[in-house]
Write a protein that binds this ligand. Structure first.
Ligand code: HEM
Ligand SMILES: [Ca+2]
Length: 631
């Protein structure tokens, strides 16, 4: 079986290469979703891992077919053997770490000295509980009776309609800068690995151009979503098909277990998105910066808004600012040490903003305290992101996407459609984008058109449905239903857990109108997709996220902090100067130092908050210059 699986894996990879060579199968410039499913290249050294992952996946699929779900589950859950791997793939990788090296590696390896590969770029995510595929390895989950789950776009479009009809007219004071900063943090812990071939691409086509039908060329590189002719938005436009490209899994050691998605970033909050594996430094140790101060990798990635480029750019600029300051210190250090000390400082400032500013703001006091973020370094836990977070509740903040955002060139306010910021980035000015961002509130109470119908649009009319992609990811990863995750979390944190027998029981989580909608679509309350936790009504006091989402988020950020040997609060290699600078520098300082705004927000996570003159902040930071000589 293994031999057969290998042959099928090799054949599939070869076919993918052939598919990718045909220009008819590639997205073309001018189409609205060109770039949306951008893929990186499988590099030479990664090829073996990709092949082994695919071989194991094929092997498990045949096993499930031959022996049935129960037996396969027993094997995958370790009840037959522990640590079984396919024989073709034995032997462990040896990485040697220099235990006294004071800086981070660029791919995350050697952060954990006992387990050097933990948290490294390219590793798989982790399933906290076994997935719920109907065949236990890869076929989509079904409802209790065995029927398929509700159709993706039909469900999402109706959810949007129900929220529109019952919209409560809620407003929020939270600013979109919170969302784009969170997005950057998310991108640092999870790098999407859309199924790849040896050549990078701008996305593979599963629909014909314009989306009027599915493409006649089918391939494991695409898995388009169907749209019904009576779709409220897409119907009249003649769109019947939305592109959707599957994720690559990672199981490079051929372990007989549930295979999770590959994470192309290091899980540590180490700005791996900015510094990359191959950072380009000049001979002083400065980063080669592109638009708004971002690295080339960020500026070239898609889909991306100019705001995410500009926010990450603030940290790129801080790196170079630091190198300049260190350069004028009396005692000179070697280049390598200057650049690594500056990098450690920048990562420290960034981690501080996340753990001391962003999370308290999003969680509110009660959850922040309950979450137990005051843990210590724990080398026995693996640094990894959960598959449930990536493909489900972690996407919650997408719900805040508004139809318009402010752009403020030369201090003049203009409201522009959300999606214009995703194209032709060079036309936007960095300060104008950031100045507008902190004055743009998030959307609450309903789902915007920019999110549900015209996401990533170029012409304002043809776009995609981001929540449909989110639901597609939830299902392709085989995530278990909402109530299953709820029971799991409640058990984990020692809370009482109730049963959901009828749809009325769901009223403790959702509004009555929404519960009625779920009843129309699902057979049983225990079938409801976990993604819908993003629409939950329960909240901890003061929290900006719904309860289940916030519990899942708490677990992720707690793990990422406490598995990071070089976290800024306990990194023994940070000097006194770095410690003080990390205390002093925050978003307000970054805005003041690296934008041309005349005054800057003291609380950038909310709109209309207090402001302070930029010149005052600059002179304050200037007075700290001496600290750069003690990093
Ligand atoms: C307005 C800003 C944002 C936009 C435009 C945006 C857009 C996207 C897009 C296009 C994807 C890829 C979808 C896919 O193919 O699976 C994605 C993935 C994701 N987003 Fe967002 N996002 C934003 C903000 C956020 C925020 C604030 C969070 C939460 C902190 C978040 C969490 C996620 C997660 C967990 C994924 C899956 C990880 C991945 O595919 O790399 N996003 N987002
Ligand atoms: Ca990282």
């Amino acid at each position: 079986m293994e031999q057969e699986a290998l042959e099928r894996a090799v054949a599939e990879m070869e076919n993918n290469e052939v598919f990718a060579m045909n220009p008819d199968n590639l997205m073309r410039a001018g189409e609205f979703d060109d770039g949306f499913f951008q893929t990186k290249a499988i590099k030479g050294f990664e090829e073996l891992g990709v092949r082994r992952t695919l071989t194991t996946q094929k092997f498990l699929q045949s096993l499930a077919q031959k022996y049935g779900v129960c037996e396969t589950k027993n094997l995958l859950e370790g009840r037959c053997y522990s640590n079984a791997t396919l024989p073709c793939c034995k032997g462990t990788e040896q990485i040697k770490c220099d235990r006294s090296y004071p800086f981070r590696s660029y791919d995350g390896s050697c952060n954990n000295l006992k387990h050097p590969t933990w948290g490294r770029r390219g590793n798989p995510l982790k399933y906290p509980i076994a997935p719920c595929y109907s065949d236990s390895v890869s076929k989509p989950a079904r409802s209790k009776s065995g029927k398929p789950l509700p159709r993706n776009r039909v469900l999402i479009s109706d959810v949007a309609k129900v929220l529109d009809d019952t919209r409560s007219g809620l407003t929020s004071k939270m600013s979109m800068s919170t969302v784009f900063f969170s997005e950057m943090v998310n991108g640092d812990m999870i790098g999407r690995a859309t199924k790849r071939t040896r050549k990078p691409s701008n996305g593979y086509r599963g629909c014909v151009a314009g989306g009027s039908d599915r493409s006649s060329n089918v391939s494991p590189l695409t898995n388009p979503l169907r749209v019904q002719p009576d779709d409220r938005y897409f119907g009249p436009l003649g769109v019947r098909c939305l592109n959707f490209n599957p994720q690559e899994k990672a199981n490079d050691r051929c372990e007989l277990k549930y295979a999770a998605d590959r994470n192309l970033e290091s899980s540590y909050l180490d700005l791996s998105i900015l510094y990359t594996d191959e950072p380009q430094y000049d001979d002083q140790g400065k980063l080669k910066l592109f638009q708004c101060g971002a690295s080339e990798a960020i500026a070239e990635s898609e889909p991306i808004s100019v705001h995410k480029i500009a926010i990450s750019g603030l940290f790129g600029k801080l790196h170079n600012y630091c190198v300049d300051r260190v350069g004028s210190c009396p005692k000179s250090s070697d280049r390598h040490s200057v650049r690594e000390r500056c990098r450690a400082l920048v990562i420290g400032v960034y981690q501080k903003i996340i753990y001391e500013q962003l999370l308290p703001f999003l969680f509110g006091k009660e959850l922040y305290e309950r979450c137990g973020l005051n843990c210590e370094y724990n080398p026995h836990v693996e640094s990894a992101v959960s598959q449930v977070y990536k493909s489900g509740p972690g996407r919650f903040q997408h719900i805040w996407i508004p139809d318009q955002m402010m752009y403020k060139p030369g201090g003049q306010s203009q409201w522009l459609p959300f999606n214009v910021f995703f194209h032709d980035h060079e036309q936007f000015e960095c300060t104008a984008a950031l100045a507008g961002l902190v004055e743009s509130p998030i959307q609450v109470g309903r789902l915007s058109d920019a999110y549900v119908n015209i996401f990533y649009t170029e012409d304002g009319v043809h776009g995609t449905c981001l929540p449909c992609i989110d639901l597609g990811r939830n299902r392709e990863a085989g995530l278990c239903p909402l109530v299953t995750l709820k029971h799991y979390i409640e058990q984990l944190i020692g809370e009482e857990s109730k049963c959901y027998n009828t749809f009325e029981d769901l009223r403790d989580m959702f509004s009555p109108e929404f519960t009625d909608l779920l009843k129309q679509y699902y057979e049983s309350p225990s079938d409801v997709d976990v993604l819908l936790s993003i629409l939950e009504n329960r909240r901890y006091p003061g929290a900006k996220l719904p309860k289940l989402v916030s519990q899942v988020t708490c677990l992720e950020f707690k793990r990422l902090k406490c598995t990071d040997r070089l976290f800024y609060t306990w990194n023994p290699y940070l000097g006194e100067g770095a410690r003080h600078l990390i205390k002093a520098l925050d978003f307000t300082a970054l805005f003041a130092l690296f934008t041309d705004m005349p005054d800057v927000p003291l609380e950038p996570f909310i709109v209309d908050g207090p402001r302070v003159a930029t010149s005052d902040v600059r002179s304050y930071v200037k007075s700290l210059d001496y600290l750069f000589c003690h990093l």
